[in-house]
Design a protein around this ligand. Structure first.
Ligand code: ATP
Ligand code: MG
Length: 288
């Protein structure tokens, strides 16, 4: 797990240091299913305590190239949890109203409350990725001209690091996953989306257009990891060419994060305990 984490303060090379098709030699696909299943049951217990304790919130950011498996991972890893304590927000092209605000506005509006797990399916990191690669998207943000210079990305790195520090300092834990799919595997999955009628809806011609910017994306992602993997909110780069391993790895990171919080049900005060006993007595004597 440690090696999936981007070490804060170190420079990594996405291409050299992170293999999209990595899988451990000692775990089979069947083992992985069983492990994930038992992990999910335990996670449901953690979630129940998280909700009852109402102190911490957990924000989980998912970033990836198209067809890397964000949707499937979210579906599988969160499957055993109580829907009442979970929320998923998918961020697409910003609306006119959203563009009229500062760039973090729409994300801050959707942050999880204490006690909840909030998933961002794409996140404010798109502001350093797609918006960096397509100048016209930055132009639409109507920024003051003195802000729109080369330093903008450096500034956004710092702003986002500060934003996440603020969240963590206030009890909102931040996890960040990049599902690292290879260009070859993406092609295979696109072809499958075209060939299988029940998957056609998942394919958009725009996906192929974005694929043409693959190298630009990899460079922008690498820059993001090297500048925003911090002690308080590190990045995890998850091998994504094998879906079963992606799900197990993401599940494990979430599991160990929840475990590390030392979650516990709130203990009742003596006065509350007395009132519970009184209520019990009333119930037991009902109709007597
Ligand atoms: P799928 O894997 O199913 O395609 P997706 O997350 O790619 O899921 P889409 O419906 O393709 O979902 O919408 C995401 C698209 O929204 C991105 O490809 C990008 O074009 C756009 N988008 C997301 N965030 C921003 C942003 N901050 N600024 C501009 N465009 C954005
Ligand atoms: Mg898409």
């Amino acid at each position: 797990m440690q090696s999936l984490m981007v070490p804060p303060g170190k420079k990594i090379s996405l291409k050299k240091d992170y293999d999209p098709s990595f899988k451990p030699t000692n775990i089979t696909k069947e083992d992985a299913h069983a492990l994930l299943q038992s992990g999910i049951e335990k996670m449901a217990e953690f979630q129940d305590k998280l909700y009852a304790q109402n102190t911490y919130g957990l924000l989980i950011n998912f970033q990836a190239m198209d067809a890397a498996g964000k949707d499937g991972t979210i579906k599988h890893v969160m499957s055993g949890l109580n829907p009442q304590g979970c929320q998923v927000f998918s961020f697409k092209v910003p609306s006119a109203e959203e563009l009229d605000h500062d760039y973090l506005w729409r994300y801050t509006k959707s942050l999880p409350e204490r006690g909840r797990i909030g998933i961002f399916n794409r996140s404010y990191y798109e502001e350093l990725l797609i918006v960096r690669i397509h100048q016209d998207l930055l132009d639409r943000q109507q920024l003051p001209p003195e802000i729109k210079n080369k330093k903008i990305w450096e500034r956004r790195f710092a702003e986002i690091n500060n934003f996440e520090k603020y969240l963590v300092d206030n009890g909102i834990i931040v996890l960040k996953f990049f599902l690292n799919v290879s260009k070859d595997e993406q092609k295979k999955r696109f072809l499958e989306r075209i060939d299988r009628p029940e998957k056609n809806w998942k394919f958009s011609e725009n996906d192929v257009k974005e694929r043409a910017f693959w190298d630009d994306y990899m460079n922008a992602y690498e820059d993001v990891f090297n500048n925003t993997s911090t002690k308080w909110a590190p990045w995890y780069i998850i091998p994504a060419d094998r879906k079963w391993f992606t799900r197990l790895a993401v599940g494990s990171v979430i599991y160990f994060t929840l475990e590390s919080l030392g979650l516990a049900y709130p203990t009742v005060t003596e006065a509350h305990r007395q009132s519970l006993l009184k209520a019990k007595e009333l119930l037991e004597n009902e109709g007597k």
